[in-house]
Design a protein around this ligand. Structure first.
Ligand code: LRY
Length: 224
């Protein structure tokens, strides 16, 4: 399967994830749209964002592609957990939809594969994987991107301090021509470089660019 031109243009680039969590001060679509535009001006090649209102606001503010997801809950499958969530992300303007690619049960009873099959031809799909089984399953059903997003957030792999480079390398070796993104705990420039050196097609950075509460706590902790 040929890599879609929209994705091919992201090779070797930085995608910035702009997300604020429930109850946080920056949780507002306008604020996330401002953040996304600021990231675009800094050289982000695409934006990853959460929630229908944020997707729509950001799509209207930036010229670069928007990766959309819709988080519901925080137990089990919460990143775009059902077909309905995925279709809503498309309607809100997402160019690519990110989905939890684990084999865990989903609220609508569909498997990951069935969800991907139902979405075929409707959007580009980024498979958020936690382990090699997820990567293999995602590749077998023909997703457009596999990503290390969920590594360390399920029981399958330990949570590495920085990005899970071992998992990334294994995924790259298995993926052939399918792009593998490194996402999760890329916290500094050395992590970013290491991810590219390990074979990432592109990297996704969230917290270290767009979550000032975490960044502040890192600095405060370093001197406290
Ligand atoms: C596990 C999970 O729910 N990850 C989420 C996925 O969209 C986000 O909370 C992360 O911020 C994103 O993956 C980027 O990672 P980092 O913020 O570590 O650069």
């Amino acid at each position: 399967m040929a890599v879609d031109p929209l994705i091919q243009r992201l090779k070797g680039t930085l995608i910035v994830s702009c997300q604020a969590y429930p109850g946080e001060p920056l949780r507002h679509p306008e604020t996330m749209a401002q953040m996304a535009r600021a990231a675009e001006l800094g050289g982000a090649s695409a934006i990853r964002c959460q929630g229908l209102a944020d997707i729509a606001a950001i799509k209207g503010r930036v010229d670069i592609p928007v990766f959309g997801l819709w988080k519901e809950g925080h137990e089990g499958v919460y990143i775009t957990p059902t077909l309905r969530h995925a279709r809503a992300c498309i309607s809100a303007g997402a160019d690519v939809v990110a989905l939890d690619a684990t084999a865990r049960p989903r609220p609508d009873g569909r498997t990951f594969e069935e969800t991907v099959e139902a979405l075929r031809g409707e959007t580009l799909i980024m498979a958020d994987c936690a382990c090699m089984d997820d990567v293999k399953r995602a590749l077998a059903c023909g997703v457009d991107i596999v990503s290390t997003t969920l590594a360390g957030y399920t029981n399958d792999r330990p949570k590495t301090e920085g990005p899970d480079l071992e998992f990334l390398r294994e995924a790259v070796a298995a993926a052939g021509e399918v792009p593998v993104f490194c996402e999760g705990r890329i916290h500094n420039l050395a992590d970013a470089r290491a991810a590219m050196d390990a074979g990432a097609f592109a990297i996704v950075v969230g917290t270290a660019i767009t979550h000032p509460t975490s960044i502040t706590s890192w600095f405060a902790g370093a001197i406290g």
